[in-house]
Design a protein around this ligand. Structure first.
Ligand code: F6P
Length: 556
């Protein structure tokens, strides 16, 4: 049997390693002057325009990246994902989040079973349940309608739904459907977050949705027990059946916890936690808030990109182009970070969500076959909406380290505001920055230009911008539920493309386990100390000292 090879052992990889040295000698200022090049570097699908002309790449680079994709078997890997093969080999699972947004009549097989009817069975159940809650036919223990929802979950069981909720919150159509209702989230085990999530809520009119794929996550289970008690104390333990529902793959544990299995909404092992926003994880709380029809549009938007990703040739394929150029930046140029910069306040939770999807997926040190990698994978993802970010960390991006940026703009604002005396709207003002920043990064400002501007000579070094800093521009037509679904799927698939090229498993997350197991040892020692007064043991000097100091605080 042939030994597994690393992508870095191929001639296509070596070719790119040499090529990057040539590209380092170019400047975006010159590359941007080549109109034919720029024309070839925009791509459009279903209303979304992506301009990658401000990447430090030429048509030759793209050809070399497509060759790399070929030798990495990118197309075969995408096909294997879509056909339900167990590509998450370390957990022996398929990766089928695309099935969560597939039309009712499609066929997606997983271990010989078409999973689409299962998906639609749960979607129908959500549609039915959320309609009953929203119409007031499902009432709480004291007969009052449930108008507020607290979704308890963490990581992938929280960040995706939070991003979509934040994005929809002030969309006029969605806001109309959410009138009089509140959706809150509880993720952190910090008692401050517990207090924040329920302050001002009345248990009589609140529904708690416990969201956990495994139903074992320490933070979520403690928060779920806390809110169970909050309801029990106010309304009696029998009220739980009316005030608590669950989303999980582990329906046995849901029942053991005391939630009626009829009020549990299933999903499946083939949905990774960070890829689960299109399952009941997101669809249930979001439908409770906005109604199922709006969330269905979100699923349709994601499905549009799923089809595009599957069928478009690589040179026209948005996730593939973004993914290949991200590998180019992260591995060949060695840029360790990536900024996600939506020029839309409604997308303020997009970067935190993508941070998890990307960093938990691609922060790996070995290949899918377990071979240590001689190159870096993954990016440090962070971001803030423009223009706030401009007044925070953009200084570093312009004159400090090189950080490839994703500029995300929206043509039609959810909230156009015109001031009478102004000639442009707030949205035009916002978008002026969206259009200006990528060029500022690409072109920079030379000492010669500064001299021409009569800048004082001692200030010239401080006012010089080296430029040549790469970015993508993504322009969405609007920010409807449909577009939000599209944006999500573009990023999910881009991250998969990167992992497929690097030859890693983007769908496991063993790196989160060590910290969890050490925390459980600490928890045990804290409990022994609190209940029996035992001294903490089993830790190094530093941790023992810190723990003792922490335990003393109550006696201060
Ligand atoms: O952070 C690790 C992780 O396993 C994530 O992948 C997951 O989204 C999160 O914890 C929550 O897990 P669960 O949904 O099982 O509670």
């Amino acid at each position: 049997m042939a030994l597994p090879t690393l992508i870095s052992d191929t001639s296509e990889w070596r070719d790119l390693k040499e090529h990057v040295e040539d590209i380092k000698k170019t400047h975006l200022r010159d590359l941007m002057g080549d109109v034919e090049r720029c024309k070839s570097m925009t791509v459009e699908h279903d209303g979304i325009l992506v301009d990658y002309s401000r990447q430090r790449a030429t048509q030759e680079t793209m050809e070399k990246l497509f060759k790399l994709a070929e030798v990495a078997h990118l197309k075969e890997k995408i096909n294997r994902m879509y056909s339900g093969e167990h590509i998450n080999s370390t957990e022996n699972r398929p990766v089928l989040h695309i099935a969560l947004r597939a039309p009712r009549d499609s066929v997606i097989s997983c271990d010989g079973r078409n999973v689409v009817p299962d998906v639609w069975h749960v979607l129908e159940k959500i549609n039915n349940f959320t309609e009953r809650v929203r119409s007031g036919s499902w009432v709480g223990a004291t007969g009052k309608p449930l108008k507020d929802v607290v979704a308890v979950g963490i990581g992938g069981s929280y960040l995706g739904p939070l991003f979509v909720h934040t994005a929809l919150q002030i969309d006029s159509e969605a806001a109309e459907c959410a009138k009089g209702r509140q959706l809150r989230f509880l993720a952190n085990v910090d008692p401050v977050d517990v207090a924040r999530s329920i302050t001002g809520l009345n248990p009589e009119t609140t529904l708690v949705v416990v969201v956990s794929k495994t139903f074992t996550t320490a933070e979520t289970m403690l928060n779920a027990r806390t809110l169970r008690e909050w309801i029990s104390i106010a309304l009696g333990p029998e009220a739980i059946a009316k005030h608590m529902v669950a989303v999980s793959t582990n329906l046995k544990l849901v029942e053991k916890f005391g939630i009626d299995p009829n009020n549990a909404f299933a999903f499946w092992d083939w949905v990774g936690g960070r890829y689960s926003v299109c399952s009941a994880v997101g669809v249930l709380p979001l439908s409770l808030q906005y109604g199922f029809p709006i969330i269905q549009k979100f699923l349709e938007g994601a499905n549009s990109i799923d089809n595009h990703f599957y069928s478009a040739s690589f040179d026209k394929n948005i996730p593939v182009l973004l993914g290949l150029l991200s590998v180019w930046n992260a591995t060949f140029f060695g840029f360790p970070a990536r900024a996600i910069l939506p020029y839309s306040q409604a997308l303020e939770k997009f970067a935190p969500h993508i941070q998890q999807v990307s960093m938990e997926s691609n922060g790996k040190g070995v290949s899918i076959d377990g071979i240590p990698l001689p190159f870096e994978t993954g990016e440090i993802d962070f971001g803030e909406p423009g223009t706030n970010g401009q007044h925070s960390f953009y200084q570093l991006i312009h004159q400090g380290r090189v950080i490839p940026c994703d500029f995300i703009g929206v043509s039609k604002s959810q909230q156009p505001v015109y001031l009478k005396e102004e000639t442009v709207s707030n949205h035009d003002e916002l978008m002026s920055n969206f259009f200006a920043q990528p060029d500022a990064l690409a072109y920079g400002k030379t000492p010669g230009e500064l001299q021409n501007d009569n800048v004082l000579s001692h200030l010239i070094p401080h006012k010089t911008f080296s430029g040549n800093r790469p970015s993508f521009s993504l322009l969405l037509p609007a920010l409807s539920a449909y577009n939000i679904g599209q944006l999500l799927a573009i990023y999910e698939h881009r991250i998969a493309v990167e992992g497929f090229i690097w030859g890693i498993n983007s769908f496991d997350q063993w790196g989160v386990e060590l910290g969890k197991s050490l925390a459980s040892q600490v928890r045990k020692q804290l409990s022994l100390s609190r209940t029996l007064g035992k001294p903490v043991e089993g830790f190094n000097f530093s941790t023992t000292t810190l723990l003792n100091r922490y335990l003393q605080v109550l006696s201060f």
